[in-house]
Design a protein around this ligand. Structure first.
Ligand code: NAD
Length: 483
């Protein structure tokens, strides 16, 4: 099974190779088989990408916004037309089941391109009356933006960054995760085919050093990272030292609170989606499931019954509901968290073991009787491991839900809509759901507070993060100088 791209990088509207860069192998996580090899960008490749982006940006920003939008719209259509091929590619690179990638990856990337294609031509400034004089404002692009991606939603992350950046007149150099280098290249090719001028969107490969080189380069005006909190601290630090704009989409340990009046079947379904979709490798997952005492036994019974029916296996089979984890190190990490859960006294309700010797499969796992101080309730696991905690009262659960450095997401299940709003208002999280979980339509801003992030992606909020305001004072009378 090969998914070898034509070359490692896509720069100035063309494939680009430089074999001096370190070799990066992409493996199919279900078998460990190498599906592609690329080379990390050398300093010369990074230079070329940034120079090209810099040179292309002004002309791109000079196009009428409706023309920029038309190109992004065309790209969205191509993405949709090639959804199956792109989904297979994403499944090979990430191990996520085709059942998911067919609906959640390139499709949501196309939504972002379509949304920002329409948004581009609606951007306006203000006029500000000042008596005799007046002022007006303009929204300007920032320049060259660096995008750095995580491996869990590779093409979606690339689109969530590229679509607003490009729509508002910026150019981008994007570095995908070294674990999933392939679909960003496919996106670059599609944008080029849709008519994007050469150099406006470039892809370079590499590990952290390449990301670090982009984040500190003076040609880069803004850095948008999706990744872990430790990486976020480094990238924010480097960008901050040079006073660059940033968007940081980082990790989480989000609470999902289920009151005893909730529709339990819905709550169980949401808790499963919030822990097992993409084998649990989703930043906003509700991994601390707080269940009110009176509902606990019924909740766990339904949860165990449904979890035992999850079909785990070859992610290329459309009937498969859960695939492997992305890599062997990620598998080791998840298994070590499961072991810590057992050691620290959590009750294993189901799952808990590796499946098969080949591939990075682990069973969907549920722990009950988890307490706030256990490692599995405090640290981001990024695997299919659900921690169920008990609670009695509303004030208590709010305080416990907020007792974390993270603040990416939160959810509440209850039939009492007044309580739902009251609780959500007190939760320290950037993205919240009431009687739903993990739905992230492009129309809705997405992002975290506290250690989970800075800035927002998607929705109208993205305009703030990919443009700046220029104020223009217009003098309409004589200059009143006291000299
Ligand atoms: P990671 O932090 O290891 O890597 C993310 C990206 O940063 C990769 O492309 C990596 O090469 C690059 N990188 C690493 N060190 C760097 C440095 N010093 N300078 C610049 N770039 C550097 O994260 P990961 O393991 O790829 O992804 C999992 C993490 O991402 C989880 O913590 C998850 O919660 C988070 N995530 C967040 C969101 C969100 O929207 N909030 C979405 C998906 C994933």
């Amino acid at each position: 099974m090969r998914a070898q791209p034509q070359a490692s990088h896509f720069i100035a509207g063309a494939w680009h190779e430089d074999c001096d860069g370190a070799l990066i192998e992409s493996r199919f996580p279900a078998t460990g088989e190498v599906i592609a090899q690329v080379h990390a960008a050398t300093p010369a490749v990074i230079d070329r990408a940034l120079d090209t982006a810099h040179a292309a940006q002004a002309d791109w920003a000079g196009l009428p916004p409706v023309e920029r939008g038309r190109i992004l719209h065309r790209a969205a259509e191509i993405l949709r037309a090639r959804n199956r091929d792109l989904s297979v590619l994403e499944t090979l690179d990430t191990g996520k089941p085709l059942q998911e990638t067919l609906v959640a990856d390139a499709a949501s990337g196309a939504d972002a391109l379509e949304y920002f294609a329409g948004f581009a031509a609606t951007v306006t400034g203000q006029t500000i009356p000042l008596g005799r004089d007046m002022a007006y404002t303009m929204r300007e692009p920032l320049g060259v933006c660096a995008g750095i991606g995580a491996w869990n939603y590779p093409i979606q992350i690339a689109c969530w960054k590229a679509a607003p950046a490009l729509a508002f007149g910026n150019a981008m150099v994007f570095k995908p995760s070294e674990l999933t280098p392939l679909s960003a290249l496919a996106l670059a090719e599609i944008l080029s085919e849709a008519g994007l001028p050469a150099g406006v969107f470039n892809v370079v490969q590499g590990r952290g050093e390449v990301g670090a080189a982009l984040a500190s380069d003076p040609r880069v005006a803004k850095v948008s990272l999706t990744g872990s909190v430790p990486t976020g601290r480094k990238v924010y630090g480097a960008a901050g030292a040079a006073l660059k704009a940033v968007t940081m989409e980082l990790g989480g340990k989000s609470p999902l609170i289920i009151f005893d009046d909730a529709d339990l079947d819905d709550a169980v379904g949401a808790a499963m989606l919030a822990n097992f979709y993409s084998s649990g490798q989703i930043c906003s997952n509700g991994t601390r499931v707080f269940v009110q005492h009176a509902a606990k036994d019924a909740f766990l019974e339904k949860l165990a019954a449904r979890t035992s029916k999850i079909t785990l296996g070859d992610p290329l089979e459309e009937a498969t509901q859960m695939g492997p984890l992305v890599s062997a190190p990620q598998l080791e990490r998840v298994l070590s968290y499961i072991a810590q859960g057992v050691e620290q006294g959590a009750r294993l309700v189901c799952g808990g073991t590796q499946v098969g010797a080949a591939g990075c499969f682990v069973q969907p796992t549920v722990f009950a009787d988890v307490t706030d101080s256990m490692t599995i309730a405090r640290e981001e696991i990024f695997g299919p491991v659900m921690a169920v905690l008990d609670f009695e009262g509303e004030a208590e659960v709010i305080a416990r839900a907020n007792a974390t450095d993270y603040g990416l997401a939160a959810g509440v299940f209850t039939r009492d809509i007044t309580r739902a709003h009251r609780v959500i208002a007190q939760l320290q999280a950037g993205t919240c759901w009431i009687n739903a979980y993990n739905l992230t339509p492009v129309e809705m801003p997405f992002g975290g507070v506290k250690a989970s992030g800075v800035g927002r992606e998607n929705g109208h909020a993205a305009l703030e993060h990919y443009t700046r305001v220029k104020s223009v004072y217009l003098g309409l009378g004589p200059v009143d100088a006291p000299y």
